[in-house]
Design a protein around this ligand. Structure first.
Ligand SMILES: NC(=O)C1=CN([C@@H]2O[C@H](COP(=O)(O)OP(=O)(O)OC[C@H]3O[C@@H](n4cnc5c(N)ncnc54)[C@H](O)[C@@H]3O)[C@@H](O)[C@H]2O)C=CC1
Ligand SMILES: O=C(O)CCC(=O)C(=O)O
Length: 387
């Protein structure tokens, strides 16, 4: 029997995929797996029992990835599962910043009791007039699951799209329309674009990337959209740009005291992934990842350990070893197995930066002290008998 805990609302269609071998527990200390969305986990202590954390979403800046790796906890996310939901809200954000839709709706609400509201509306509407997206330049920074979808959709709206992503994956590049103009210097986007949208993860290298200097280079009347993370933007600098009349609007999905209620800012309460479809997709993918890891030892879509997929085990037993990516570790593991007179039927060893993973199918049952011997190796983090 395995225990799982949820720190946030996880769609039932996903948790229903747990078999009767799993039960939900309230106490995270008793969990073999944790499902999380945006809850902050940096200050949490993890028990030895915890095998995996699945982020039902894309961004993992709420999880201490390296500490988890050191403690033998595999962290997963659900790439692309909520990307369409975010894309649709970004398009809505561009429209909200271009036409005074909110101002117009507020005016109608405030004048609802006026019997001549129709006549009054015709008089007042010029104050809510805006501009169109067609023909404008959109700069997309980060062309992953979301950025690539935003770029392609904006082309259909008649926008000219510039894309910047020095680390674009082959998969994302294949999905990107060839009509998206590739730029290798992000400043080209700052200088030329009427709309700039951010779709990069919050990493040390991206935090504050929309700096004061970046804001100063931006085109007069630019609209900045941030559905990625607020840490990416020097929001004070952006608000100064708005006050000075240079920046038309800042659309952000991250409410904080700096932006909430500020003039020229449209703030939504982290709604990017809040659609039934995205919540279902994320929950399903997260539960499948956890089950595949717990039941088969396979690691798919981890953000702190390498990918490793050996399918279901048809051999007598399967051993999973999370370890440091250090010289001699694999040889030490295989020699312990060899000394125990156990034949290796199949094996995969993968590494990712300083961590590695060895998955081993064996032709016979595991001798009693084999796990303890592997566990005693200095570079081994966690050994698990999967079967
Ligand atoms: N508002 C919301 O509810 C949501 C927000 N997000 C945020 O959006 C981010 C992006 O999500 P996805 O597109 O699904 O992730 P992704 O991993 O598919 O794409 C991220 C892209 O950013 C690129 N990148 C990394 N560093 C860069 C840099 N310095 N300059 C330009 N490009 C860079 C990567 O190469 C990658 O192509 C997430 O990390 C998360 O923070 C994601 C989902 C929902
Ligand atoms: O779970 C959510 O609603 C937040 C989604 C998000 O920010 C992400 O996937 O990175």
């Amino acid at each position: 029997m395995y225990n799982y805990a949820t720190l946030d609302h996880i769609a039932k269609i996903g948790t229903d995929l747990f078999s009767t071998d799993y039960r939900r527990v309230e106490e995270v200390e008793r969990a073999d797996a944790i499902l999380v969305r945006s809850s902050k986990m940096h200050e949490m202590a993890f028990s030895d029992q915890l095998l995996a954390i699945a982020r039902a979403g894309a961004g993992v800046n709420n999880i201490p990835l390296d500490r988890c790796a050191q403690e033998g906890i595999v962290v997963f996310n659900t790439p692309g599962a909520n990307a369409n939901a975010v894309k649709e809200l970004v398009i809505a954000g561009m429209l909200l910043a271009s036409r005074d839709i909110v101002g117009g709706i507020d005016w109608v609400k405030a004048n609802a009791a006026d019997p001549d509201i129709g006549k009054a509306a015709e008089k007042v509407k010029k104050q809510f007039a805006g501009r169109e997206l067609t023909g404008k330049k959109l700069g997309v920074i980060g062309l992953g699951a979301i950025g690539q979808r935003v770029a392609n959709t904006a082309l259909h709206l008649g926008m000219n799209v510039l894309g910047y992503d020095p680390y674009i994956s082959v998969g994302a590049a294949w999905n990107l329309s060839r009509n998206v103009q590739h730029v290798s210097n992000v400043e080209e986007i700052y200088r030329n674009c009427d709309y700039i949208t951010l779709h990069v993860p919050a990493l040390d290298s991206t935090k504050g990337m929309i700096s004061k200097a970046a804001v100063q280079q931006m085109k007069e009347g630019a609209v900045i959209l941030n559905f990625a993370r607020d840490l990416l933007v020097n929001e004070e600098a952006l608000l100064n740009g708005i006050d000075a009349g240079r920046i038309r609007a800042y659309v952000t999905d991250f409410a904080n005291p700096t932006v909430a209620g500020a003039q020229g800012v449209i703030v939504t309460p982290h709604l990017g992934a809040s659609t039934a479809e995205a919540e279902d997709n994320c929950a399903i993918m997260a539960v499948e990842e956890i089950r595949n890891y717990i039941e088969n030892g396979n690691i798919i879509n981890s953000v702190n350990f390498p990918r490793c997929d050996m399918g279901e085990c048809s051999a007598e037993s399967r051993l999973a070893v999370l370890h440091k990516n250090s010289k001699g570790t694999l040889a030490a593991i295989t020699s312990i197995v060899g000394d125990a007179d156990v034949n290796v039927a199949d094996m995969t060893n993968k590494s990712r930066d300083v961590y590695a993973y060895t998955l081993m199918d064996l032709d016979s049952a595991l001798p009693k002290d084999l796990v303890a011997k592997i566990d005693a190796l200095e570079s081994v983090i966690k050994v698990r008998v999967v079967k």
